[in-house]
Design a protein around this ligand. Structure first.
Ligand SMILES: [Zn+2]
Length: 104
């Protein structure tokens, strides 16, 4: 008897599903998670200052790639440099990135 009513209610919910406030909020959050240049700059500089203040023997996040690496010497902050990895290393990549995007 009321099965007809139930179906129409389900259909209405289906249509509503596309613009459900929760889904919309989720989409916006995902959008904000997209790495913009500004976000990347903030992330790498934050990692950089953390790595700089860490003590020798502590595990730091490489400012360039975020990989965990042990700080073996006082001035070490990157997981790789020219000596260990040649042209494609995190140290040069970081400095090139900063030079390109920041006027410091
Ligand atoms: Zn790295």
């Amino acid at each position: 008897m009321n099965s007809e009513h139930e179906i129409s209610e389900g259909e209405a919910l289906d249509e509503w599903g596309d613009c459900h406030p929760h889904e919309l909020r989720h989409e916006i959050i995902e959008l904000m998670r997209q790495p913009t240049v500004q976000n990347v700059i903030r992330t790498v500089t934050q990692r950089m200052s953390k790595a700089k203040t860490a003590k020798v023997g502590e595990t730091i996040e490489c400012p360039s790639c975020g990989k965990g690496t042990v700080k073996t010497t006082y001035h070490k902050v990157f997981c790789s440099n020219y000596k260990t990895h040649g042209k494609r290393n995190c140290k040069d990549r970081y400095h090139n990135f900063i030079r390109e995007h920041c006027n410091t």
